[in-house]
Structure formats: C-alpha cells, structure tokens
Design a protein around this ligand. Structure first.
Ligand SMILES: Cc1ncc(COP(=O)(O)O)c(C=O)c1O
Length: 478
C-alpha cells in the first residue's frame, strides 16, 4: 500500500526539547498514573501581541479577554493576566477561581450561557461586566442588584445579523430586530431595569467567517449610533472569539490529504481513515457529497491578520470599521480562546498494547481515552509523535491506528491511519501536540473511573542544561 497522507504540525522548540527527554516523561507518567497534559505558556505572549499590535496599528481603544473555557488550567489564566489581558469566564467556577487567583473583578467578564444567581451575585458584587442573553437574565440581575443595593454593569449579546440578505441564526443573544424595541421600552422608557448600567454590545459567531464578523461589527456600530441618539452610550463592542489559528506546516500536505480522503471515500483507493469514515464526506451510490467537517487545520489568515481584515472592512460610506469605531470612541474587545493557546500544550500517553484487528489493521492501544484528546469537529488532523523507548532500527514501518480505553468501538483517538517508522512497543510514548485549545479538556470525562489527565505547567527552568521532572508543577497545586 502506498504512503498515507502526512499532516505535519507546526511545533515549538520546547516541545522537541521535552520529547528528547523520555526519562523525564516516563517519570511524570509514572508519578501521576494518568495521561499528562504539559503546558508551556510562553507562546501566549506572542499570540497576545499578534492581536495587540493590530489594534495599535489602527490606534484603536481595545481590550483582549482570554476565553478560559478553551483550557481549564490556572496556569494559562495566570499567564494571560500577567500579560495584561482580561479573562472571559463561562461559569461560576471559572469566575470564582479567577477572583481567588487575585484577578480584579474589573478585569473579568461573564459570558456564561447559563448564569445562576450565585454567579450573578458574585459578579455584581465584584463590579464585573455581565453579558446578557435574554430578558430573564435582566430580571435576575435587577433582582440581585436590588438585594445587594448595587448597580450591575452589562452588555447585550446580539445575534441574527444579516450577511448578504441571509440571516445568521443563533440560539444565543437578543435578535438584532428585537433589541432596539427592548432597550427603548424596558431600559429607556421605563425604570423596570434601573439597576442595569448599559456599557456595550457583544457577539460571538459560530464558525470562523471573517466576512460574517465584519458584517456583524458593521451592524453593531450602526446600532450603537442609533442608541447614542437615544442617549445611551456604547463604551465597547466585543466581537467574541472564533479567530482562526493555523496548525499545519504545509498546504500541499493539507491539499493532498483532502484529495486522498475524497478518493478513499469514493473507493478509488484503500481507506485512509478508520472504517473509511469520510469526516463529513460521503459517497451515495457513487455520487460524492458533503464536505470536510473538521476545523480548518490549515488556513492562511489567522490571529492578528484576521482582526486586521475585519477592522479594514469598508462600509458603504467608504470608511473602514476601525475608523468608525474610533469616531464613535468605542473600544473594540475580543475573546480569543483557542488561538491564544497556540503552541502552549501537548498531551502524552503510554502504549498499553498492540494487536491486529479483523481487517488486518494494526491497533495501538494507549493508556488514555477519546475524551482526553477530542476535537469538537470530525477529527483532530495532526500527526502525533511516537517516542520509542528502544532504538531497534531493524523493525519495519507499519500503518496503524491509535485506540483508547473506553469500551466503545468508536474510541479511536485519531480517525486517520498513520504511517509509523516501526510498530510501537508496550511502554513507548505517544505525544499529541498543540492540544491546549479545547482538545485536552473540553470533552474530558472519567468513565470507568479512569483518572482525568494531569495538567502540568512547565516554566522551562533548565538546571545545568538539564530538564528534571521536579520542574513540572501540577496545575491543581498552583
Ligand atoms: C462567548 C464566547 N467567547 C469566546 C469564545 C472563544 O472562542 P475561540 O476559542 O474559538 O476563540 C467562545 C467559544 O465558544 C464563546 O462562546
């Protein structure tokens, strides 16, 4: 069988330094008796600067909030805070933990999809801005603020934007067509919500379209002009997250993978995925349909460049969005999660067994499960690294799948069949890179009472040129 498509990930020197140190990795896995997620947060500075520099280029008032929902560690939050970012929180637990870490309420925003009384009380008490999604939340905030005898800083989440006459559907936020009458009737003409202090508008769009984000921001800017005429001043517009990052080194590999997947699903070549799964592509009676339903792991406009593109968008007046925001003295906010964690984490697990399945495919079982490295899209399309404990050069190359520990046929860690230089042995290590954004935490569960992976923070202290297991701090103890 011919070579399988490769998808070579972008990596950082720290990852390779660590992969050279198999004794340290062995020791850490032994000590924690679970898979390990290693975080090295230096890259967050470059990621942050990529955004910051673009806002500065436009001379715009701005604030970047790290969406901590993308990764559970305190280490990442502390780094974001040190860099001067705010933190976007999505639950009472995320919010309260930030306060415990010493972050001031003025640097926190609450965008939780469900906000209970306990969260609202704490957020109002600490003066954080709360992004409101519906009228029931307004009622809850008013009631809590009255009880506390305080005011509550709020932003309205807006959705239902129009993009080339198409309306973007969302289950979140106030519809663009309803928000104006709502504010006019319930905030301006009535004292029903007199404890709520309007500060700004917010949206977070599904997917990664820059065009949709430009249109949404255009509509929010126009709406804030309308509000200004009614005496309501918009201090900020928060355009949320969903800002792309690029995971892959080589566009040619990405294109080749896409072509081969198409051919394999159409049965023109041997399968390149487990059970010939199409990851969104299907063949119906020989007719190909559908599209790849994974994250766009290869893309050309990421991080700061995406923001530049959105802010440079010109409206019918010929002005761009940055100019309009500046004229209206509106601060532009963003909430990147995934892209802020680019190059920040790896996940390491040990090989438990090898076997051939009934299709004569090699399965390499790992001491981890599918929830410990899981993409919200159809698959995580990056080649992993194998660290062989022994260097036996005489063994032959194999094609294999990595499988996990849950009693589910579908616990296959990566759907892609992979070319390996030789069959891993029991005890060898497999390293999945760039997993800090969503992959390691978002779906993790502990069925069968398996422990969750241990989160370690490595600040890259190298004593006398040596990396030691003691340099890795357990995030739980930070
Ligand atoms: C309100 C909100 N803000 C920010 C984010 C972060 O998005 P991303 O990690 O894609 O940047 C999300 C993700 O779901 C979100 O729902």
């Amino acid at each position: 069988m011919s070579a399988l498509p490769k998808l070579t990930p972008i990596t950082s020197p720290w990852m390779h330094d660590l992969m050279e140190e198999k004794n340290v990795l062995n020791e850490l896995l032994e000590k924690h008796e679970s898979p390990i997620n290693i975080h090295q947060t230096d890259a967050m500075e470059e990621n942050f600067n990529s955004y910051k520099s673009v806002f500065e280029e436009f001379g715009l008032k701005h604030k970047v909030f790290f969406a901590r929902k993308a990764n559970k560690t305190k280490g990442a939050v502390q780094k974001a805070h040190q860099l001067g970012m705010g933190i976007d929180t999505a639950s009472y637990q995320e919010y309260a933990q930030c306060l415990e870490m010493g972050i001031d309420g003025s640097n926190l925003i609450v965008t939780a999809a469900v906000k209970n009384r306990k969260l609202i009380e704490k957020a109002i008490d600490n003066g954080s801005t709360i992004i409101l999604d519906n009228e029931d939340e307004c009622i809850l905030l008013q009631s809590v603020a009255e009880t506390l005898d305080k005011k509550a800083n709020i932003g309205f989440r807006v959705s239902g934007f129009f993009v080339n006459k198409r309306k973007l559907k969302s289950r979140f936020g106030f519809d663009l067509l309803d928000i104006e009458p709502f504010i006019s009737e319930k905030l301006i003409a009535s004292d029903r919500f007199d404890r709520l202090v309007y500060k700004g508008l917010h949206f977070h769009l599904n997917g990664y379209s820059l065009e949709e984000r430009s249109f949404a921001l255009t509509q929010c800017l126009s709406f804030s002009e309308l509000l200004q005429k009614k005496g309501m001043i918009t201090e900020f517009i928060d355009i949320g997250g969903g800002i792309l990052m690029n995971y892959l080194k080589d566009q040619k590999e990405w294109d080749h993978f896409n072509q081969q997947l198409f051919k394999a699903v159409g049965r023109a070549i041997d399968p390149i995925t487990y059970e010939n799964q199409g990851l969104g592509i299907e063949s119906w009676d020989g007719i190909m349909r559908g599209e790849l339903k994974t994250y766009p792991f290869w893309n050309t406009i990421s991080k700061g460049d995406s923001i530049r593109k959105i802010l440079s968008h010109k409206t019918h007046t010929g002005e761009n969005l940055a100019e309009i925001a500046k004229k209206l003295e509106i601060e532009i906010r963003i909430e990147p999660g995934r892209s802020m964690l680019d190059q920040v984490g790896i996940t390491v697990a040990k090989v438990a067994f090898r076997k051939k399945d009934s299709s004569d495919d090699w399965l390499v079982g790992l001491e981890m499960n599918m929830t410990q490295m899981l993409s919200g899209s159809a698959d995580f399309l990056l080649d992993p690294f194998v660290i062989y404990q022994e260097s036996n050069e005489n063994e032959l190359a194999v094609k294999a799948y990595f499988t996990g520990a849950y009693c589910l046929e579908r616990d296959v860690l990566l759907k892609r069949k992979l070319d390996l230089p030789k069959l891993p042995q029991v005890g060898d290590l497999v390293v999945f890179v760039n997993t800090a954004g969503y992959m390691m935490h978002f779906f993790e569960s502990s069925a069968h009472l398996f422990p969750l992976a241990t989160n370690l923070i490595w600040n890259r202290t190298i004593e006398n040129g040596e990396i030691k297991a003691t340099h890795f701090q357990n995030d739980a103890n930070l």
